[in-house]
Write a protein that binds this ligand. Structure first.
Ligand code: MCU
Length: 433
């Protein structure tokens, strides 16, 4: 990769060091620390033009680059991730525009305002802030849509809750040809970008405003995101597409969220892809080509999981409701975890579907401890990540039946052989989960 580029793992490590050194407490230092994380650290990568699509019934190999060679070093992952990002935008979610020309706004102890101008158009939206006790500045968890998040535990863990109504940015109930909300006011009501990506863009603009604030209320370099159900789909996409997010916690996201697309047609009772595509314009318009058969998708959601690596990820699913596709969700988590392992961050992804209460978006006692641990580790840099996989036997997918690729042992640091590797360092950890 390019000289001087900061690898994702190092950028995260640097941000974490800055946090643990306490420098983020001072407003000026907070700004300096925030620059250690960027929304997309692979924006400079040269990504090949999209090729023709070929069917593959098993999950695409996250470690094989578009030119056919394999990732061999941890630094190689940066531009491989960018390939996945661009494919996911093109075929699944629609494009996420780069940071707008102007983002302004305010952060107070009760709320955030966001004003965006780009391409000669402007729009605004707001979010409310709910602080824990203490004086701060606080890390924050952005809660999409208010459903299902254990906000009491988030606040008791010392983090602020930012209540964000994503439908102000991407409205539900509109036809694809007339999309509405703060995103579409700027990028057009006929934009092919779906609601999940519009919502995710809104999360990024909230983070922009926090970064630009004086840092006295919220810390810009310690942000988490969560949400349940349709907002779990949104939280998943938000965390994948903004590398400033230190902790991503999708809950019961269902079809169109974390579960592998390829698994849905064969998972009994799960929401069909055609239904997830038509119920609301959540996914991008281009996904219409894949609702009948996802096998020609060059990406699947295990690679969206992988886009979050090595940042904190805690995936929660409900195995009691077939519609939620938790079996396919367990495969996404297991396959994505292979990328975490390859990056030396295997403990930074957790998955938990072994829960008693079948109510959709319930606040669950089983998730409390791993939620606390995740906030401590990824937003305060204290303690250890939960590093747990608790897959309910009710909905347990098998990784080995979904892949024909192995997990490489990546050489830490920079590439010595650029894109010419033949993948000879590939080891195997198949079947370890
Ligand atoms: C799991 O998320 C969705 C699901 O995809 C929809 O089919 C259903 O109507 O709503 C769920 C949801 O958002 O529930 C709050």
């Amino acid at each position: 990769p390019q000289a001087g580029a900061v690898s994702a793992p190092r950028a995260v490590a640097r941000a974490v060091q800055a946090q643990s050194a306490g420098v983020a407490q001072a407003p000026q230092a907070a700004q300096a620390a925030a620059t250690a994380g960027v929304e997309d650290d692979g924006a400079d990568c040269a990504v090949p033009a999209p090729g023709s699509l070929t069917a593959k019934s098993l999950l695409p190999d996250p470690f094989t680059k578009m030119n056919g060679t394999r990732v061999t070093t941890t630094d190689d992952w940066r531009c491989r991730r960018e390939e996945i990002k661009q494919q996911a935008e093109r075929y699944v979610y629609g494009a996420k525009p780069a940071k707008p020309a102007s983002v302004t706004g305010t952060v107070s102890r009760t709320g955030i305002t966001v004003n965006v101008s780009d391409q000669g158009r402007s729009s605004s939206f707001t979010a409310s802030v709910d602080l824990p006790s203490g004086t701060g500045p606080f890390p924050a968890v952005i809660v999409l849509g208010g459903l299902g998040a254990d906000t009491a535990t988030i606040k008791a863990s010392g983090a602020a809750v930012i209540n964000y109504d994503p439908t102000a940015v991407g409205k539900e109930g509109t036809p694809r040809t007339n999309k509405q909300g703060a995103f579409y006011s700027i990028y057009g009501s006929s934009s092919s970008t779906g609601l999940l990506m519009a919502w995710s863009w809104g999360v990024s603009r909230i983070i922009d405003v926090i970064e630009q604030s004086d840092g006295s209320v919220l810390r810009a370099n310690a942000t988490g995101v969560t949400g349940c159900s349709r907002y779990g789909k949104g939280a998943f996409v938000a965390g994948a597409f903004d590398q400033r997010i230190a902790l991503t916690m999708p809950i019961e996201s269902g079809s169109g969220g974390a579960p592998i697309f390829r698994g849905i047609p064969g998972e009994s009772g799960s929401q069909p892809l055609s239904s997830a595509f038509t119920e609301q314009p959540w996914l991008g318009d281009a996904f219409t080509s894949f609702t009948g058969n996802p096998t020609t998708l060059p990406v699947d959601t295990h690679e969206i999981v992988a886009m979050v690596a090595p940042r904190g990820l805690f995936m929660m699913e409900n195995p009691h409701i077939d519609w939620l596709a938790a079996k396919s969700g367990s495969v996404a988590a297991q396959a994505g975890a292979e990328v975490y392992k390859a990056l030396g961050a295997g403990a930074d992804i957790s998955y938990w579907s072994d829960v008693q209460d079948g109510t959709h978006c319930a606040v669950r006692p089983e998730w409390k401890a791993p939620l606390q641990q995740s906030i401590a580790k990824f937003l305060f840099n204290t303690g250890t990540a939960p590093g747990v996989f608790r897959i309910s036997s009710l909905k347990s997918g098998s990784l080995s039946s979904w892949r024909d690729w192995t997990t490489p042992t990546l050489t830490p640091g920079g590439s010595t052989n650029g894109g010419t590797s033949s993948g000879t360092t590939a080891g195997t950890t198949a079947g370890t989960t």
